[in-house]
Design a protein around this ligand. Structure first.
Ligand code: SF4
Length: 865
């Protein structure tokens, strides 16, 4: 076997090293034992990367207006379109919208073109949606966007506080590192989250705070620390400003902290006591903190507690922002946000001048541009007339998604570069440019602990796909900027980026990787920029070198519940899906974990609303609706709903979270409040439900609710309708496509089943039921699609849905590595045979692969105990 290719996982901000290896069976991946982020571990998503390398959904050629064109024509059209817009409307009428999925080199090239040569700072990124509040909080406190610590701190801490993060599902390998440390040294863990998530598997204390009340909670902590003499006076006096004002603000909130958070006072005090008594404390925070109209204040409330106790920059202590995307940090380093310039510089005149000289750039933008939400509103208002969207899907991910779609539909020039041919955003693009995907592109990414790693190619470019940096450089050259964009490859871009970080730096800016400019790019091994831990001895990047404690006060979320919209909606991620599913949706084993979106609600709320567990329900806000299956669980607070953010119009009808959300943003960071909306929930009341299993991409005319998912080489579509005619129309369409089916009907039970054959070969099956969801074993049925069914018995067995015992696909898959169904584990537990994670692993293999499912297995064991 050839040497494995060392690369990096393209999903979460943990940034795990991956070894890609070619065998006769194709490419497989495993964790890189030498990578400092994961030391060989991978989670279920990383482990399934090999399943997602097919080309069936790829964009392979440039398209203009849906017609295939040459690269020369496409580049010419982009260059002419941007130039004409600038000539007519000025540079502010042009925008780029980028992605934390881009490599640093792609990001650098795009920013350089826009902010240095086109003269527009309207360059923002989907990272605005996940960590802009952390950036703003860091800059307010530290004078720079610096993550002070490293992953090893999780293993050296005595107390780990996890705020607004389902670490077990969103950063599973870090969760595993923490679980191992806890096992070895008894690390105490506090989880602060409105939901009782899988992360609570490790929690000594779970504080189920009211959504949006984090500032009140941490102000209570700061007041407690001040009152209990847990302050590091030397650090505060030597290295900070703003302590007295911040404690005064904290005291204004502290007396009502229990009432505002809804947490019993005794639990709050227990947390405060633990924090005060534990020098080695790490506070991890993520989207639950950041995605808020008070996100920046929440971040600073956390930083205040660490600065007041001097718990920063030393082993096992510090505030730690977890980034959602693989290269959100790299994007921040090159100025991917509209309020930043490259190399962590802001728009101060000296920085603009420095960039102008370094780049020899003719039109450096001198003021901040439009942040994501404002940018798409400006497109809708006709103030931005040309936008280039790279590697992201704003028609899905932004709040008020329908307004975003309308904005793109009216925009005179929408350019989209992506590796996927069909996304909700690509459908709205005039010019579509085929980009390289993971395994094909070459460059670097930076993870949450500031470690820069290579993503290396191991697959040839498919079709005419090209690197994003190449497209940017070609457009720049076509616009007359040859000299600034004459790179021959990503290595040249990285070297320029590294030199810029050191240019006239002299220790004044945190980001300096100048030493890497001379490194062998191809052989680059992972390295962390800055000190291992920053700020151990102060040295902040503010003008006076001191960190700033920021006085903050609790502000409730903007959306207010009412009699019409009595529930608070929270949105988030699932363990085995990534963003808008364009990659993870290709994997049957990942799709098996949650084959459709669930709407989580407290059982008492469901009962009061007359909604049955497992029934389809409709969630509505002032902006739109969403249909999903109700999951009643005590993990939810009373009055709160939760639903996932992954599904979109390519994978489902009526399951787009962004359609429900208001575009309320944090006034400092501009980050949208994606975790809080006022909604109502009502019964969907289908008259039939069904599952269709066939090859991919069948149209479903008139069906109001459907969800597609991969299963065993075929596609399963869960579907439902609220009128009989809809089922009749679907049957007519399928008959038109496949011919007359074999049919089984049992009107008394409201059951109808159909199997379409082509000769002896099975093409499709449809199971309909008028009394809830039909439950044939989906993967078992899918295994017959395309197969010859010569024996009548086999056909009868399929129409009867009579899967043999142990057939795959009867329900959700819990262990993605070994395809072990949740029902199989539940049955073994119920029979009393298996009473521990180890016993389940030994008997069923579940949990013995990547380990991502262990918290769920432990949860099932706890429920049964
Ligand atoms: Fe990828 Fe999982 Fe590692 Fe995140 S934790 S980088 S998704 S393998």
């Amino acid at each position: 076997m050839a040497e494995p290719i060392r690369t990096t996982c393209p999903y979460c901000g943990t940034g795990c090293g991956v070894l890609a290896e070619k065998s006769e069976a194709g490419w497989t991946v495993r964790g890189d034992p030498d990578h400092p982020a994961n030391f060989g571990r991978l989670c279920s998503k990383g482990a399934a990367l090999g399943d997602t390398l097919g080309l069936e959904t790829r964009l392979l050629h440039p398209l203009i207006g849906g017609q295939r064109v040459s690269w020369g024509e496409a580049i010419g059209a982009v260059a002419e379109g941007l130039a004409a817009t600038i000539a007519a409307e000025g540079p502010g009428a042009v925008a780029l919208y980028l992605s934390g999925q881009l490599l640093t080199e792609d990001y650098y090239a795009a920013n350089k073109l826009a902010k240095g040569f086109l003269g527009t700072a309207n360059v923002d990124t989907n990272s605005r949606l996940c960590m802009a509040s952390a950036v703003a909080g860091h800059r307010r406190a530290f004078g720079a966007d610096t993550v002070p610590g490293c992953y090893a701190d999780l293993e050296e801490a005595d107390l780990v506080v996890i705020v607004g993060s389902n670490l077990a599902w969103c950063h599973p390998v870090l969760f595993q590192r923490l679980a191992a440390a806890r096992e070895a040294r008894g690390t105490r863990v506090v989880v602060i989250d409105p939901r009782r998530t899988e992360t609570c598997d490790l929690a000594d204390l779970h504080l189920a705070l009211a959504p949006g009340s984090d500032v009140a909670l941490f102000n209570g902590l700061l007041a407690y620390l001040g009152a209990s003499d847990a302050i590091d006076r030397g650090f505060v006096e030597g290295w900070t400003t703003g302590y007295a004002e911040s404690v005064a603000a904290a005291w204004a909130d502290a007396p009502s902290a229990a009432a505002v958070t809804g947490i019993p006072a005794a639990d709050l005090v227990r947390f405060y006591e633990w924090f005060a008594a534990t020098p080695k404390t790490v506070t991890l925070f993520s989207q639950g903190v950041n995605q808020s109209s008070a996100g920046t204040d929440k971040v600073n409330a956390i930083l205040n507690a660490h600065l007041a106790t001097g718990r920063i920059g030393r082993p096992g202590m510090g505030p730690f922002s977890l980034t959602g995307q693989p290269n959100a940090m790299g994007g921040r380093e090159v100025g991917g946000l509209a309020n930043q310039l490259a190399a962590h510089m802001d728009f101060a005149p000296g920085n603009c001048d420095r960039l102008r000289r370094f780049w020899n750039a003719p039109a450096v933008a001198e003021a901040e541009g439009l942040k994501a939400v404002d940018l798409f509103q400006a497109i809708g208002a006709g103030k931005v007339e040309a936008v280039w969207i790279m590697g992201t899907n704003p028609a899905v991910s932004l709040p008020e998604a329908d307004a975003v779609r309308k904005a793109l539909a009216r925009c005179p020039l929408v350019i989209a570069s992506d590796c996927v041919a069909d996304t909700d955003t690509m459908r709205l693009a005039h010019i579509r440019l085929p980009a390289l995907g993971w395994g094909e592109k070459s460059g670097t990414v930076t993870n949450s602990e500031r470690t820069i790693s290579r993503q290396r190619p191991f697959l040839p470019p498919p079709g005419e796909a090209r690197a994003d940096w190449w497209m940017v450089a070609e457009v720049a050259k076509a616009m007359g900027f040859e000299a600034g964009f004459a790179w021959e490859g990503p290595g040249g871009i990285f070297r320029e980026h590294a030199r810029l970080s050191a240019f006239e730096n002299e220790g004044r800016r945190d980001f300096d990787i100048g030493a890497a400019a001379d490194a062998d790019y191809d052989a680059l091994t992972p390295f962390q920029w800055g000190e291992r831990r920053m700020f151990a001895d102060g040295g902040f990047f503010t003008p006076d070198g001191r960190a700033r404690l920021i006085p903050v006060r609790h502000r409730p979320p903007v959306a207010v519940r009412s009699a019409h919209y009595p529930f608070r909606l929270n949105t988030g991620r699932y363990r085995d899906q990534w963003h808008t599913m364009t990659r993870t949706g290709l994997s049957a084993r990942l799709s098996g974990h949650r084959r459709e979106p669930l709407i989580e609600i407290h059982p008492s709320d469901a009962a009061e609303a007359g909604l049955a567990d497992g029934a389809l329900v409709r969630v509505e806000s002032r902006h739109g609706g969403y249909v999903g299956r109700l999951h009643a669980t005590p993990a939810q607070r009373r009055g709160d709903l939760f639903l996932p953010m992954h599904w979109n119009d390519c994978f489902a009808a009526s399951a787009l979270a962004g359609r429900l959300l208001s575009a309320h943003t944090d006034p400092i960071s501009g980050q949208p409040e994606s975790k809080h909306e006022a909604v109502r929930v009502t019964a969907f009341a289908p008259v039939f439900e069904g599952v269709l299993i066939a090859g991919a991409g069948l149209a479903l005319p008139g069906i109001p609710w459907w969800v597609r998912h991969k299963t065993a080489g075929a596609e399963a579509v869960e579907l439902a309708g609220d009128r009989e005619e809809q089922a009749a129309a679907l049957l007519a369409a399928l008959d038109g496509h496949f011919g007359t089916p074999l049919t089984f009907r049992d009107p008394a039970r409201g059951v109808a089943r159909f199997a379409w054959m082509e000769g002896e070969r099975l093409r499709a099956v449809l199971f309909l039921a008028s009394d809830g969801r039909p439950e044939p074993a989906r993967s078992w049925l899918a295994g017959f699609i395309g197969q010859e069914l010569a024996a009548p018995l086999e056909r009868a067995q399929i129409l009867a849905g009579l899967a043999p015992a142990g057939a795959p696909g009867a329900g959700p898959i819990l262990c993605a590595c070994f395809s072990v169904a949740a029902a199989t584990i539940a049955q073994a537990i119920a029979e009393g045979k298996l009473t521990s994670v180890a016993a389940i692993g030994a008997a069923l293999k579940a949990g013995t692969g990547c380990g991502s499912c262990i918290p769920e297995i432990r949860g099932m064991l706890k429920v049964s105990a």
